[in-house]
Ligand binder design. Structure first.
Ligand code: EPU
Length: 420
């Protein structure tokens, strides 16, 4: 028995949708909160399964997790214990690796199973480990688990070969209690990194430069509890913007930071979508005569890899050949074969996909192979003639809060069904 999402396409969407707190910030903020000596209140937490998986890990560490309302949690690490993280929940999401930096920073010792997450091709964590080693940690890999030990972490200069989001955040967390100054050069600049640095600074850390490519962390002895509100999810926002460009009569998307979405918004203008950008919202109206475009994914502020998959669904409706080139995860093209089942004409030659449009799409049985592939298939289902059935929806539930309810409120015909 499996729960699937079904979508009957071709219903023009109309209304307003509110974007939730950022998933990729949340999954780092929750582990970061354990560095405090008192309760940390975080609001704007999305109701997604990744948060449930992280809550399981927190509770296994003896951390009190109090869900105050649909979007506010209080994380109280006062009586936590540094136990090995080897249970199944570690495998459910990649971000469980943030417990490496947080526990190493707090206790100088971590034991954690190899983290899981979406398969997007190889996703090494060598830069995280090199960073921890540079700070003084010894690392062993034993029976599928990493064991990290550092009686004393000492600040140092760390140059990242690749501007990795995860490595930047993980090293920042490990370094908050290190002796002296840590400098991360070629740091990633994603908005989620600024959000984590903001939380840590509110707790009492001394981090400067987050959002630029040089981050400086001066070690401190103690971190206290605090209150923090998560930034809006720029990838969820992007998904709804693209979805509206594909299927809206008129849709307003609230609670966005347009600055975080500049690469997408300027690309959508090039494609010919009708957008009106406000201070914290965007209105999208039905757009005709879309033009093909070329996209190359890059680290922020370049075009996000997470958005190329949803955008590909829209590009199937554009006139001409679009080329999407992946430079972050070169195998992130599993959505293309699913779109082709619906009538798209896409050739994949890694690291690029060639999308020949416009092609009418029709409902089919398709499989979400990862989170953003799932988002892409939802958009395709909204455009398609007939009913689309999406399998493996647990991928979608990892990162999109109440996607079916949000879309139903916009007039989409989307429902869940349990099938054999
Ligand atoms: N990389 C290495 N070694 C490392 C770390 C990364 O070679 O030690 C490489 C990766 O293989 C990749 C590149 O560096 O080619 C960038 O990876 P990065 O570390 O920045 O990615 P991540 O931290 O694992 C986060 C998001 C991803 C998003 C990427 C890129 C979270 C939890 N995940 O992953 O989000 O695609 O940054 O922006 O923040 C998603 O939301 O669907 C998603 C997969």
């Amino acid at each position: 028995m499996e729960e699937v999402i079904k979508i009957e396409g071709k219903h023009a969407l109309e209304g307003t949708v509110r974007i939730s707190g950022s998933k990729n910030a949340t999954v780092a903020l929750i582990p970061a909160a354990i560095l405090a000596n008192g309760p940390v209140t975080i609001c704007g937490v999305p109701e997604i399964s990744d948060v449930q998986s992280l809550s399981v890990l927190l509770r296994d560490l003896g951390v009190l997790v109090d869900i105050r309302s649909s979007d506010t949690i209080v994380i109280d690490p006062t009586s936590m214990e540094n136990r090995p993280l080897v249970q199944d929940a570690v495998n459910k999401l990649r971000a469980s690796y943030y417990f490496m930096g947080a526990l190493l920073g707090k206790y100088g010792h971590v034991e954690i199973k190899m983290p899981g997450g979406c398969y997007l091709g190889p996703r090494p964590i060598d830069l995280h480990l090199k960073g921890f080693e540079a700070l003084g940690a010894e690392i062993r890999y034993d029976h599928g688990s990493y064991i990290l030990d550092a009686p004393q972490l000492t600040g140092t200069k760390i140059f990242l070969d690749i501007a990795s989001v995860g490595a930047t955040i993980n090293i920042m967390m490990a370094a908050v209690h290190a002796k002296g100054r840590t400098t991360i050069e070629n740091a990633a600049k994603e908005p989620e990194i600024i959000d984590v640095a903001t939380l840590l600074n509110k707790m009492g850390a001394n981090i400067r430069g987050a959002g630029t490519n040089v981050i400086t962390i001066d070690g401190v002895d103690q971190l206290a509890g605090c209150f923090h509100e998560i930034i809006p999810d720029r990838i969820e926002a992007a998904t709804y913007i693209v979805l509206a460009a594909a299927a809206a009569k008129e849709v307003r998307i609230d609670n966005i930071i347009p600055h975080h979405l500049e690469a997408l918004l300027s690309k959508l203008k090039e494609i010919g979508t009708d957008l009106e950008i406000g201070v914290d919202n965007v209105v999208i109206r039905a757009s005709r005569d879309l033009k093909a475009a070329d996209i190359k994914t890059l680290p922020y502020p370049g075009f996000a890899t997470d958005i190329q998959q949803p955008l590909t669904a829209l590009l199937t409706q554009a006139q001409g050949q679009s080329i999407v080139t992946e430079t972050i995860y070169t195998e992130r093209f599993k959505h293309c074969q699913e779109l082709n089942k619906m009538g798209a004409n896409i050739n994949v030659m890694i690291p690029s996909s060639f999308i020949n449009g416009p092609t009418p799409l029709s409902g089919a049985e398709v499989y979400a192979t990862d989170l953003r592939c799932g988002a892409c298939l939802v958009i395709a289902g909204l455009i398609a003639d007939g009913v689309t059935t999406i399998h493996n929806i647990y991928h979608i539930e990892r990162g999109y809060e109440h996607i079916d309810e949000k879309l139903t409120a916009l007039g989409a015909k989307i429902w869940r069904e349990t099938v054999e």
